[in-house]
Design a protein around this ligand. Sequence first.
Ligand SMILES: [Zn+2]
Length: 75
Amino acid sequence: MNALTFGDLSARAMRLAILCRSCGRLRYVRSTYPETAVVSDLAKTMQCVRCRSEDVELIGMERDRKSGFWPAEAG
Ligand SMILES: [Zn+2]
């Protein structure tokens, strides 16, 4: 399976979010990255702004199909 890139996210109309596995904080990432950048590679360079954990995951978020809303941020 090919690694997910930022180009894939925009092609699928997805937004990038960062989830902290340590404290559960979920925030949308507003920075933009090159289309060829690999999402999982970038996650290794990031940390949670609240608890400073480096155990974070980047997720491609999709709009809710029923409501049309983006999932809420948490934490
Ligand atoms: Zn955290």
